[in-house]
Design a protein around this ligand. Structure first.
Ligand code: PRX
Length: 646
């Protein structure tokens, strides 16, 4: 029997959605999606009203998705202009630096002015509707300003996580053919400097990049950085003499808002393309209902803007709702492990949305660093990005939230644009580890190996069988890959690549990825991506990467290496290979363990049997299953014998 927590009536009574309303609205959204989304499309402002609601096909080869296609709007105006009459002096962004002494605030009026000026600055250097702009920045207010300034002009932003290496940045710039890169001099993490400008220069030294005309640099550390005259501009200089008036560009609902690269099972990261109308409607609506956001509340999403969570629930969702949001440059354990709670106390945070990894990393220090600070402002807690184990859930609920705050465990993906499965906090009992029920308009299902839909309780692959407004529209410049990755495995449905279980109450429990994507501290990486980088090392002949259960990070990276002819394993080479992964992709891709091996377990057709490697990495060599189809079964003995003692 699963443990259940009733939502306190003090919370439920005031929530936007109670049980009856959820049932009613959900039934409406499924039985009459056009009526439902026609009405709920009104949660944002339109420059030209829509009359068409949705049109889509999930059936290959002709897959297409359109929402509100004859409407026109501007995403930035929805986040700023429409709030000016009522919220000009309300704080839009509280910013807290990595250094606790560094703080800034921006009201809606100030953010509006800054964004308008920057949009005019962008115009001045020739950025226009449809141009791609790469944003490679630390978590500073200008990151939000940059995204919104692009949106104001109808330029398409592609934010690259600041933890990615110059090479990873270069790949993304190349793929989206960016005309401009917006970066900073330097950023800070745990008091250490991160060389954003230098990394950008290194990325742009890639001879294949031919599209970048300019680099805009935000002064943050204020140290000297290398400069290329004519190409590089300081942000503050660019906007010092421009007008504060920049009317928002009316874009069609299906015009792109942004591209965000994410890892898949195979190949290089995919440019997930989101368009404007449906994405904004879905962001605004899920934000309001799932976080039960009320006027004047202080909301804090800890995700970096380089990930989809930072886009939808750090920027577009909360600002469309007129919320006050907190932007934090630092990490949970610097200068000490109370940092989160000290921030909660000092800003009186009402809603906290974070990742299980952060909770696990803090939980090991016990409750005292938490209880030392006043958390009575907290009303709702959320998690995202990876499964949360019941122990961490209970700790979050009891210690952080003092058994007063519901937890919304929200399941979604870069591809889904917004939250797809989650408890609605006033409507549902909470079960630690369950992502509960589908949001309005989402038709979720489980399929077995034959792609047959399962009825009632059971376990299988999670599919979504109808479209929703926040769904990605294509893989940038590769629609074929979009069709093949998501719609070809189970005809006519969107295949999520996550496994899930459904219990007798119809609640979902995510069991993890069913493909070769791994989540390291909630960050998404593809094993193929790491392998191709490792195999490119001159001393490596073959490599295979699998995830293994990691107490803090959820999953860690375990790397098997077959060395090139004549090369010998050594501690130095282990270090070098870890460094290689950091340098080629970023610190998040550095392997936790490297095991040398003479060969990889392959089938007769040459496919690596990852199942076996996963068992070895998890230190469960007695549970290898059937190995009879291996071309060389002796490899397994060798792998077991040399597995790392942990
Ligand atoms: O495996 C699921 C896991 O994160 C994957 C999506 O990663 P990404 O595109 O980076 O987006 C993360 C933030 C939305 C999913 O396929 N995941 C996300 N949320 C949860 C989760 N796994 C379990 N529980 C969750 N709440």
């Amino acid at each position: 029997m699963n443990k259940k927590y009733k939502v306190p009536s003090s919370f439920a009574n005031k929530a936007w959605v109670d049980k009856r309303k959820y049932d009613e609205l959900y039934a409406w959204s499924i039985e009459d999606p056009i009526g439902f989304w026609k009405e709920h499309g009104q949660c944002i402002d339109w420059i030209r009203p829509y009359s068409k609601i949705m049109d889509y096909s999930f059936v290959p080869p002709n897959v297409y998705i359109k929402w509100y296609e004859d409407g026109a709007l501007n995403a930035c105006a929805n986040c700023l202009d429409r709030h000016l009459d009522t919220r000009r002096n309300q704080i839009a962004i509280y910013w807290e630096g990595d250094n606790p002494k560094e703080k800034r605030t921006l009201t809606y009026g100030e953010l509006f002015r800054e964004v308008s000026k920057f949009a005019n600055g962008l115009k001045k250097i020739g950025i226009k509707k449809g141009d791609r702009v790469a944003i490679y920045l630390p978590m500073i207010p200008e990151a939000v300003v940059s995204m919104l300034a692009c949106a104001r002009l109808g330029a398409i932003h592609s934010v690259v996580f600041g933890g990615f290496s110059p090479e990873a940045l270069a790949k993304r710039i190349l793929d989206c053919e960016a005309k401009l890169v917006i970066t900073a001099d330097e950023g800070f993490r745990r008091g250490q400097m991160i060389s954003f400008k230098q990394n950008t220069d290194k990325a742009l030294s890639d001879k294949e990049i031919k599209t970048v005309e300019n680099v805009i640099v935000i002064k943050h550390s204020r140290n000297n950085v290398p400069w290329e005259r004519g190409r590089d501009f300081w942000y503050h200089e660019l906007i010092c003499d421009v007008s504060e008036d920049c009317p928002p560009e009316a874009v069609n609902a299906e015009d792109p808002l942004f591209i965000l690269y994410t890892s898949g099972s195979t190949g290089t990261p995919k440019g997930v393309l989101h368009t404007t109308g449906g994405y904004m409607v879905y962001s605004a609506l899920t934000f309001k209902y799932i976080f039960d956001y009320k006027e004047e509340e202080i909301y804090w999403c800890t995700a970096d803007i380089g990930w989809i969570t930072g886009h939808t629930y750090g920027v577009y969702g909360p600002l469309a709702a007129g919320a006050t949001t907190l932007l934090f440059e630092g990490v949970p354990d610097y200068p000490d492990v109370s940092r989160y709670w000290q921030i909660v106390e000092s800003y009186k945070v009402n809603i906290l949305y974070t990742a299980p990894t952060a909770l696990r990393s803090l939980m090991r220090y016990g409750s005292e660093p938490v209880t030392r600070y006043n958390r009575s402002s907290l009303r709702l807690l959320g998690t995202v990005g990876e499964p949360i184990d019941p122990t961490s859930w209970e700790w979050y609920y009891r210690v952080v939230g003092e058994e007063r705050c519901p937890i919304v465990d929200t399941w979604w993906q870069t591809e889904t644009g917004g939250i797809v499965l989650s408890p609605l906090p006033g409507a549902m009992d909470l079960k630690p580890g369950s992502v509960a029920k589908p949001f309005f308009g989402i038709k979720a299902g489980l399929i077995d190996k034959n792609c047959d839909l399962l009825e009632g309780p059971g376990e299988g692959s999670l599919v979504l069988s109808t479209s929703w407004p926040g769904q990605m529209r294509t893989v940038y410049r590769n629609h074929q890959r979009f069709v093949e990755t998501y719609f070809s495995r189970c005809h006519g449905t969107f295949f999520t690549d996550d496994g899930a279980r459904r219990d007798e109450d119809g609640d979902y429990w995510i069991t993890g990825r069913v493909d070769d994507v791994i989540k390291i501290s909630g960050h998404r990486l593809g094993t193929a991506e790491i392998e191709s980088v490792m195999t490119a090392h001159p001393k490596v002949s073959e490599s295979a990467v699998v995830a293994f259960p990691h107490k803090i990070k959820g999953s860690g990276i375990y790397l098997f290496i077959v060395l090139a002819e004549g090369e010998k394993p050594s501690n130095q080479l282990t270090k070098d290979l870890k460094q290689w992964a950091r340098q080629k992709i970023g610190p998040i891709a550095a392997p936790d363990f490297i095991q040398w091996t003479e060969g990889l377990p392959k089938t007769r057709s040459g496919k690596v049997m990852r199942r076996i490697l996963r068992q070895i990495a998890a230190n469960q060599p007695n549970d290898l299953g059937d190995t009879s189809t291996l071309s060389d079964p002796d490899v397994v003995e060798d792998l077991i014998k040399h597995r790392l003692n942990r």
